[in-house]
Design a protein around this ligand. Sequence first.
Ligand code: GLU
Length: 309
Amino acid sequence: MDKLEGLVAEIAAEMAAQTERGKVASYIPQLGKVDPKQFGIAVTLADGRIVCGGDADTRFSIQSISKVFTLTLALGKIGDALWRRVGREPSGNPFNSIVQLEYERGKPRNPFINAGALALADVILSGHRPREALGDILHFIRHVADDDSIAIDQGVARSEQETGFRNAALANYMRACDMLESPVDFVLGVYFHHCAIAMSCRQLAMAGRYLAFSGRQDGRTVLSPERARRINALMLMCGHYDGSGEFAFRVGIPGKSGVGGGILGVVPGRASVCVWSPGIDEQGNSRLGRLALERLTQGMGWSVFGPQG
Ligand code: GLU
């Protein structure tokens, strides 16, 4: 067993024994039913090796981790014109803040808060029907994960559609400011469905390889090295909402969380990592997920801010 395998096994055992696990996201009723006593971790390396621990093959709702993939697609579609639609500064506010959107006149602060992701969905929708836009998103994720079995959990999508009043408020406000092109219902439909995609840690760690390895995976280019760098920068600054500073401070790598309890982490040039534990903290980030990543980056000396002293 090498150092990484030993550490991953240790982290999985440690997380299984934790009693403080955070709370599952019950504001989306279907997510409220998930058993909080689960933990998974998967790490893919430059040589193609994948090291897993705990419930690494259990599928969960990827929620906002999907925004990394929709950002990649939206940038591919309209390039730098995207920055006229959405900013790239940390929000310092909750992920579904209405107040911030109002004082910034409908232009979301960054692509990873909910309003920003609605703008991305609108860009991907442009010229398409909702079914086609969703098909493009799913196709891209299956491609980068190299797994055609990845699908949308329709129960979660319905649950969010029935209760997503705050997201509807954000989308309607953006439409009132002329910041959305497609009908609000279409934009919300695409957004709720891509958040409801179900994947395992192993599948997400595979899907994140292009961000860890300068836009390339399996010998093919997924996007330019410059774009991969920029997406990583946004993940570092904005990937954990108003918990992004704390995540950078403790973990020290670009990461994107989802309220399903997953976190996709990128160690540039070295690894793509996914951890999952359904209990989240007040900022909407997986409690044990962050702890596990902190242990991993410390143990491996993987912080982008410098090695362990
Ligand atoms: N679908 C979730 C929402 O709109 C995403 C939030 C998250 O994962 O951070 O509330």
